[in-house]
Design a protein around this ligand. Structure first.
Ligand code: BG6
Length: 496
């Protein structure tokens, strides 16, 4: 997609607000370490990590060291690189929401005599975004070459998202605001556009004339992972569909942009979101499924149910959602897009499946075998690959017997040493001022405008999540959503 930073070295000062948080240790600092190791961050750069409590420098750096050893791949940590990297990382004591003399210390750290980029990464709850931006402004830390990166959740509904966006916009220009959706940083997600718009083969068939339906599925095997407070207030619709799945839907369904500039890509994605057929009232009841996991078996072990993990016997938060959606435009008229995501499911997998239409006339009718329609499966994780399901003659049979076969392009094998790190890509893009893989304010608003009425109907009609066993593929109603249409979910690992 529109970012090529391969040969550019960023001279940048990062300020990570929430520098002792889970995201910083697990994702941001390992991503920065990789970028540094690859020579993509100039050694004169800095990474200031804000901490709220007085923190001993050595203690914090010890934590960073431990985090890198834990969260980098085996063999990635290198003592010599660490020496260089640890020279550019430092904790700074600042309370993001309180303006006191400590901000002057941060200002001092950021003083420099070149026009380097500044990236303020708000890895904090959105409730403090406004205060943070105000403090940055009042301390005169926002230069023309500054950007602010904001993590999801961007709001709870359209109204709160708009409030957050408006507050940030008081202090930063839209061109300086980088709203992150880490799915867009995944190399395989960017490859979706390369696949569609660089191969004449696919684009010809990418429409309602040839495609029967599309499935976009992100299944996770993890449960709450200690995020009960956040997750129970959000649920799968807000946590996954509003952002990651709708972004994948946009990239799958959008028209070819004129160029791969950020503006062109975002404009095309926005059109898709605006063309999503609204779901309200009865339409929500017939086109959506809510689920919540109960205890079940995963990899031979018993895992607890959502309510047990939560320690609250009464929550009706959904941990699974399936939706039948339509995009009302010329290209996709009457083609259902089935979206599905859930926690504690049978396999961890993110896939986009395009199911082609049946052949118009079967010249082999009466012969052995079947001619299932073609299918293109784009697997985003794990084992990134593209598979095209075709029909061929079984060469071991003298008589005509048809058999489904698979053309398999495995990216891990094709691109040796390929390892995706979405955060590395996105942080470098922010440093180099490339917003293509970030979300525009209008996209956030359009996504919420589609999501809000679904939630409202669930609340009004008291739609209680249907239970599903941990380690399964979700509730029965999700299977029926498909079977009612004479279709089925293609689950990872279930073969042809
Ligand atoms: C996050 C959600 O945005 O994405 C999590 O808040 C989810 O609940 C995660 O687990 C999934 O990301 P990935 O990259 O592991 O598929």
């Amino acid at each position: 997609m529109g970012s090529d930073n391969s040969n550019t070295v960023a001279l940048v000062d990062f300020v990570i607000f929430g520098g002792a948080g889970d995201l910083a240790y697990r994702k941001l600092l390992p991503a920065m370490y990789r970028a540094f190791k690859e020579g993509k961050i100039a050694p004169e750069s800095h990474i200031f990590c804000t901490v709220r409590k007085q923190e001993d420098f050595d203690n914090y750096m010890g934590n960073v060291n431990k985090a890198l050893q834990n969260f980098l791949y085996d063999g990635e940590f290198d003592k010599t690189i660490w020496k260089g990297f640890s020279n550019i990382v430092a904790p700074v004591m600042v309370d993001i929401s309180k303006r006191d003399e400590k901000w002057a210390v941060l200002e001092k750290h950021l003083e420099c005599d070149d026009d380097r980029s500044r990236v303020f990464y708000l890895s904090t709850p959105p409730a403090v975004f406004g205060e943070a931006c105000k403090n940055l402004h009042e301390q005169s830390l926002i230069t023309a070459n500054s950007r602010v990166v904001v993590e999801k959740p961007l709001g709870y509904d359209a109204k709160s998202a708009e409030q957050i966006n408006a507050t940030i916009a008081t202090y930063f220009e839209e061109s300086q605001i980088f709203r992150i959706d880490h799915y867009l940083g995944k190399e395989t997600v960017q490859n979706l556009m390369a696949l569609r718009f660089s191969n004449i083969l696919f684009e010809q068939f990418w429409n309602s004339k040839f495609i029967d339906h599309v499935q976009i599925s992100i299944s996770e095997t993890v449960g709450l992972e200690g995020r009960a407070g956040f997750y129970d207030n959000a649920g799968a619709l807000r946590d996954m569909i509003q952002n990651h799945l709708l972004q994948l839907l946009c990239l799958t369904a959008m028209e070819p942009p004129n160029t791969i500039s950020a503006d062109n890509i975002r404009a095309e994605k926005l059109k898709v979101l605006q063309a999503l057929r609204p779901l309200r009232g009865d339409d929500v009841i017939t086109n959506t499924v809510r689920g919540q996991y109960v205890a079940g078996e995963f990899n031979g072990k018993l895992v607890p149910g959502y309510l047990e993990e939560l320690n609250d016997g009464a929550s009706h938060t959904e941990t699974f959602v399936a939706i039948r959606a339509y995009i009302d435009n010329w290209r996709w008229a009457r083609v259902p897009f089935y979206l599905r995501t859930g926690k504690r499911m049978k396999e961890r997998c993110a896939e986009i499946v395009l199911q082609f239409r049946e052949i118009p006339h079967d010249v082999y009718s009466g012969k052995q075998g079947t001619t299932p329609p073609n299918r293109l499966v784009i697997r985003l994780q794990p084992d990134e690959s593209i598979q095209l399901y075709l029909v061929a003659k079984d060469l071991n049979e003298l008589d005509i017997k048809l058999k489904p076969v698979v053309l398999n392009l495995n990216f891990a094998e094709t691109f040796e040493n390929f390892r995706s790190d979405a955060y590395k890509r996105l942080m470098l893009d922010a440093a180099l001022n490339n917003p293509s893989l970030f979300i525009h304010r209008d996209e956030v608003a359009a996504a919420w405008a589609w999501i809000d009425p679904i939630i409202e109907t669930w609340v009004e009609r008291e739609v209680i999540p249907e239970l599903y066993r941990a380690g399964s593929w979700g509730p029965q109603a999700a299977t029926e959503l498909m079977s009612d249409d004479g279709r089925r979910w293609y689950n990872a690992g279930e073969g042809v």
